[in-house]
Design a protein around this ligand. Sequence first.
Ligand SMILES: Cc1cc2nc3c(=O)[nH]c(=O)nc-3n(C[C@H](O)[C@H](O)[C@H](O)COP(=O)(O)OP(=O)(O)OC[C@H]3O[C@@H](n4cnc5c(N)ncnc54)[C@H](O)[C@@H]3O)c2cc1C
Length: 357
Amino acid sequence: MCSMIAADVLVVGLGPAGASAASAAAAKGAHVIAIDRKSQAGVPVQCAELVPHMIAMECAEVDRARRQHIAAMATYVEDALPYVEPQFPGIMIDRAAFDAALVDQAREAGADCRLKHPLRAIDDNGVATLANGSRITSKVLIGADGPHSIVGKAIGSPNTEIAETRQITVPLLQSFDATDIFLSAGIPGGYGWLFPKGSVANLGLGVAPAWRHQLKPLLEDLHDRLAEQGRVGREVLAHTGGAIPVGGMRQLVSNLDGTTVLLAGDAAGLSNPISGAGINTAVISGREAGAAAARIVAGESDAGKDYADEITALFGPSLDRALARRRELMAIYASNRMPLASELQKGWIAFDAYWAA
Ligand SMILES: Cc1cc2nc3c(=O)[nH]c(=O)nc-3n(C[C@H](O)[C@H](O)[C@H](O)COP(=O)(O)OP(=O)(O)OC[C@H]3O[C@@H](n4cnc5c(N)ncnc54)[C@H](O)[C@@H]3O)c2cc1C
């Protein structure tokens, strides 16, 4: 017979959201089990590795992963000269080191973190069945299992809109300290990026799923152009990619029989529908979900609603704006037209038009 394990809090996923949740719940005294299907935290990396500067002030783990300072953002719209926003401070991190540091922190706080433990299913009572056949019951289940969250599906709140990405790591021949963004009507539902990380750079591209087949040629073309300009080498040092939720916030709290379910990070649709950035929101929502879970375990039944209210207040307005801008752009393609440069600008955070009413 398969074993049945009981925990106060079960966290599914040990990315930034799950590790932060496990840490916060365990630090407040809950018995926490956290599982991830990966063998090594943060590996493989599926990320361009940029975090906003402010995250370093409240997340000490950034220091273990810090690789390069970012000062500015340069946005290229079609073939025009770049628009440079001089104040765009950020940090390029080693994402694998960052995720590993967050898991170490969760373990230090007392969470039982189990790698190589894939979740197979969540039943209607909130009981988790793992691929190894063991079953885990919990008072609170935190879904931090990324864009294709099984926990989100179990409560009827999956991510329904996704952007697809492809990224290569290339030698960086001319160092710089900006994030370069490439907007073009030929990159529907996404953009290209070149983010410097010391002697290398992450060069990537995202698109709406209907254009997934274009990812490879579009990225090769961008790589060729940058190599011809002498900015990057032709060698490809690593490949990655992955899905980014771009449909906005999901339902954050639900119940499966007696189990309270909270979603955090990408599982909760907290990555930005325009920029795709989601590390900061994953860490913050994970932390808040973990703290709320501990309160629920202690008998505070309102803590789930408080969590949803807090996250909605923090991130709702920026996600709503990004979602609206994304929908405006996608509506242009749906009407069989290509966006003009001014419309691409309205769909990107560096331009005033993006922030206008
Ligand atoms: C190519 C790319 C580039 C990006 N670049 C940036 C960037 O530069 N800056 C930024 O802020 N954001 C970036 N993002 C988004 C960012 O990576 C995510 O928003 C962030 O990782 C969300 O954290 P999370 O913990 O919610 O989810 P994840 O990091 O996806 O973690 C989810 C975890 O759940 C685990 N899991 C999933 N299913 C199961 C299962 N069935 N059983 C057990 N474990 C499971 C996974 O193994 C994973 O470890 C990028 C995304 C992509 C794809």
